[in-house]
Design a protein around this ligand. Structure first.
Ligand SMILES: *[C@@H]1O[C@H](CO)[C@@H](O)[C@H](O)[C@H]1NC(C)=O
Ligand SMILES: *[C@@H]1O[C@H](CO)[C@@H](O)[C@H](O)[C@H]1NC(C)=O
Ligand SMILES: *[C@@H]1O[C@H](CO)[C@@H](O)[C@H](O)[C@H]1NC(C)=O
Ligand SMILES: *[C@@H]1O[C@H](CO)[C@@H](O)[C@H](O)[C@H]1NC(C)=O
Ligand SMILES: *[C@@H]1O[C@H](CO)[C@@H](O)[C@H](O)[C@H]1NC(C)=O
Ligand SMILES: *[C@@H]1O[C@H](CO)[C@@H](O)[C@H](O)[C@H]1NC(C)=O
Ligand SMILES: *[C@@H]1O[C@H](CO)[C@@H](O)[C@H](O)[C@H]1NC(C)=O
Ligand SMILES: *[C@@H]1O[C@H](CO)[C@@H](O)[C@H](O)[C@H]1NC(C)=O
Ligand SMILES: *[C@@H]1O[C@H](CO)[C@@H](O)[C@H](O)[C@H]1NC(C)=O
Length: 660
């Protein structure tokens, strides 16, 4: 591992880099990407000698303030290089003065949702005191007000009602008039020079860096109400920077204890950074996590949220729960329906809906946290959402459900939704309208829902309800196995109501493995189909539709590319069937399932761009299934979340069993 220069860790780590999972062991894992933290809408990005920001995520391409930090030693400026670490942006450099080495740095971390702290520090490694001063240059700003130690400036405003007003249209930079000499606070002054209409400079008075000592100055940068704030004291701001360091060390420790391979550690750190960069607060509601601040910044999607929550519970359990709470706060309390998405203000919107994976997310969170109150809070919501599907998506009244549109399945433009295969049908008596076939993914998720509702009810002491859910699952299972398995293709597929399968084998079929719907012989046939390199086992990973489908296109969104969540659903299903085979003493089947599962995992981490050690490529929305090249939106949360599921499974409880 590339360890930080020991002299730099002295200046960056608050003396605590001996920890096994220091953020400073992980330079530039995401290159020069934006940093968001603490749910802030405003982010920062490293730039030569400075830091860009604050910039709201809806205007990362606009005019953005740039703040340059400089340290002078005995009157000469030390050159600083920018490096990103988990949770911070650091400018760092060193200088030798009269044979004496000084290391200097400026480090930005988040103190709260609207405040970040920059700690500018110089460590004197020599035996003589040295004169040091600090300079802060602010460029590209529209000044609205100036004081001796602060500048207020306007920021690009949002169109969103809940982000309007001075709290979101203003920024401020505040210079603390105390600094730390070693750990002792002292006062100094800053002098201000206006350079031009949109730039100005603050220079500190000279201070003395004592022999073998450290001095630190502090700046806070806020997205703030004008004149409502001021810089904190050096003691407080230093404590805030230490808190951020400890918080991030905690995140990394939670995931890194589970892996020993360097590639997987790299991917795990990147996954944590990706998810935290997408963390956003919603005024007046619980926090959420965007699919990506880069292309999906308009809101919080429900099935993304379910997967994100499962991936995040290991290191940020509160945020895992809160993002589910945000989503369900917008549910239709009459019908139990959970919307496709909520926008940045928490309002329901989007298409008809998204798949029922809430039960799975809640159960995974419960298994990790043992938080029975949370289970209690969610049980009634999960139950009502489950019932929604049978009252509004069962057009035949057959106990089997259908999507109303491709978007509702989450696989928006999948081959199965092309007009040549799909049309709408209505039931005149029930007034239900859906597509004209039963979907394998939807009915598999609903089967898993029943099993989870059974387990939830049992934990909550609702014995009668538990028995009812179990009975309902047992009744449904044979029907799914009979109805939705396409014998000819050896695959689970969507079925027309007349019993003929759609001529499409796609990732929707993986749900039958994930949910434990397939019988063992059916799962073996699925595995045979999946390991066929002409159909599914492509050079990188599983495509979203089999390669022999006439509409397969490796760059075709849901008509070919690998989506990491889908590969994980197949993978986790295969693992379950391997375990079940072993339990039954069927070693041959166990070998088939295990080998294929391992192959999927190995190819992901060895062939996916961005998954291997020191590759800073961001996690993406989807991938070319043949090359592993990234496609679609960058910094994609669910790719990060599923990566963590793979990383964390080394330590997972034996919960892989097929519940039959
Ligand atoms: C600070 O010290 C440097 C040299 O050490 C000197 O050149 C500079 O004039 C001093 N600045 C002030 C404001 O005293
Ligand atoms: C000083 O910094 C440069 C890069 O800025 C680095 O290459 C060099 O190793 C550093 N030297 C010491 C002694 O830390
Ligand atoms: C300052 O504000 C004006 C008007 O809102 C805008 O056109 C301009 O781009 C802003 N300039 C900077 C440097 O932010
Ligand atoms: C530093 O400034 C603070 C607030 O302005 C003041 O209360 C304190 O007495 C000062 N300390 C010294 C050592 O001058
Ligand atoms: C910072 O954010 C918090 C939480 O959203 C809010 O209560 C507070 O008023 C904000 N402070 C400023 C100065 O904008
Ligand atoms: C800020 O100052 C303006 C006038 O300069 C005043 O109208 C406003 O109420 C002040 N805001 C706060 C939060 O104090
Ligand atoms: C319409 O729905 C009702 C009730 O769910 C069901 O009994 C009936 O068979 C359905 N009609 C058709 C044509 O599928
Ligand atoms: C079953 O229904 C589908 C869709 O309506 C139709 O395309 C297909 O020909 C039917 N198959 C049989 C065997 O009737
Ligand atoms: C398959 O992937 C490997 C590893 O990424 C690569 O070296 C090889 O060229 C690929 N083969 C094909 C046929 O694309």
């Amino acid at each position: 591992m590339r360890s930080p220069n020991p002299r730099w860790s002295l200046i960056l780590c608050f003396g605590a880099c001996v920890l096994s999972s220091s953020p400073f062991d992980w330079p530039d894992v995401l290159g020069g990407a934006w940093l968001f933290d603490q749910g802030s809408t405003f982010g920062f990005q490293p730039t030569a000698g400075g830091i860009r920001g604050p910039a709201p995520d809806w205007a990362l391409g606009g005019t953005i303030p740039v703040v340059r930090y400089a340290v002078f030693v005995e009157g000469s400026q030390v050159a600083l290089a920018a490096v990103s670490y988990p949770g911070s942006i650091v400018l760092i450099g060193n200088v030798t003065h009269g044979g004496v080495l000084l290391t200097v740095s400026a480090q930005l971390t988040f103190k709260s949702v609207n405040t970040s702290v920059v700690r500018i520090a110089a460590r004197n490694h020599g035996p003589q005191a040295v004169i040091v001063s600090f300079r802060v240059t602010i460029e590209n700003i529209n000044v609205t007000e100036l004081t001796d130690n602060a500048v207020f400036f306007s920021l690009q405003e949002s169109q969103l009602s809940c982000f309007r007003g001075p709290a979101f249209g203003e920024g401020g930079l505040f210079l603390s008039t105390s600094y730390l000499e070693n750990n002792g606070p002292k006062n100094f002054t800053w002098s201000r020079t206006r350079i031009s209409a949109d730039s100005l400079v603050f220079t500190s008075s000279n201070v003395s860096a004592p022999p073998l000592g450290l001095i630190s100055a502090f700046v806070s940068v806020e997205a703030t109400l004008r004149n409502s704030s001021q810089a904190g004291t050096a003691i407080d701001l230093n404590a805030a920077a230490e808190d951020a360091f400890r918080r991030w060390t905690g995140y990394l420790e939670s995931v890194l204890v589970h892996c020993d391979k360097q590639d997987m550690k790299w991917a795990a750190v990147k996954a944590v950074m990706t998810l935290m960069n997408n963390w956003r607060s919603v005024p007046g509601l619980p926090d959420g996590v965007l699919p990506s601040y880069n292309g999906y910044e308009s809101g919080f999607w429900s099935w993304d949220t379910y997967k994100q929550a499962v991936g995040m519970v290991s290191f940020a359990p509160q945020l895992a729960k809160d993002q589910l709470r945000l989503l369900v706060s917008a549910r239709d309390k009459q019908t139990g329906h959970i919307p496709d998405k909520v926008d940045r203000c928490g309002n329901a919107g989007g298409c008809n809906g998204k798949p029922p994976l809430l039960a799975w997310a809640v159960w995974e969170i419960f298994q990790a946290t043992h938080d029975t109150m949370f289970l209690q809070e969610m049980y009634i919501i999960v139950k009502q959402f489950h019932e929604f599907w049978y009252s509004a998506r069962d057009v035949r009244g057959a106990g089997l459900c259908s999507w109303t549109q491709g978007m509702e399945s989450g696989m928006d433009d999948g081959v199965r939704f092309m007009p040549r295969y799909a049309s709408s049908v209505s039931n005149a008596s029930s007034h239900v309208t859906t597509l004209d076939f039963w979907s394998i993914d939807l009915n598999s998720y609903l089967y898993k829902d029943k099993l989870i509702l059974f387990a939830m009810a049992a934990v909550l002491g609702l014995a009668r309800e538990a028995q009812d859910w179990k009975a309902a699952a047992e009744l449904l299972l044979p029907k799914l196995r009979e109805t939705l398995f396409d014998e000819r293709a050896g695959f689970f597929s969507d079925m027309y109501f007349n019993g003929s399968a759609l001529p499409v084998q796609g990732c929707e079929g993986y749900a039958a493995l994930f949910a434990g719907v397939a019988s063992l012989p059916q799962a073996r046939r699925m595995a045979d189909t999946l390991q066929d390199p002409k159909k599914f086992l492509l050079n990188f990973s599983l495509p979203s539709v089999s390669k022999d489908n006439p509409f397969y296109n490796p760059h075709g969104y849901w008509k070919g590319p690998t989506w990491i969540d889908q590969t994980w659903f197949a993978y986790s299903g295969l693992r379950s069937y391997a375990l079940e085979s072993k339990r039954r003493g069927d070693m041959e089947s166990e070998a088939v399932f295990s080998r294929l599962a391992l192959e999927l995992k190995t190819r992901l981490f060895s062939r996916g761009r961005g998954f291997s050690y020191q590759d800073p490529t961001p996690f993406n929305e989807h991938y070319d299934p043949e090359t592993g090249d990234p496609e679609g939106a960058e910094h994609f949360s669910w790719t990060a979340a599923h990566t963590l599921m793979w990383v964390l499974e080394a330590n997972a409880p034996e919960d892989w069993q097929v519940w039959t």
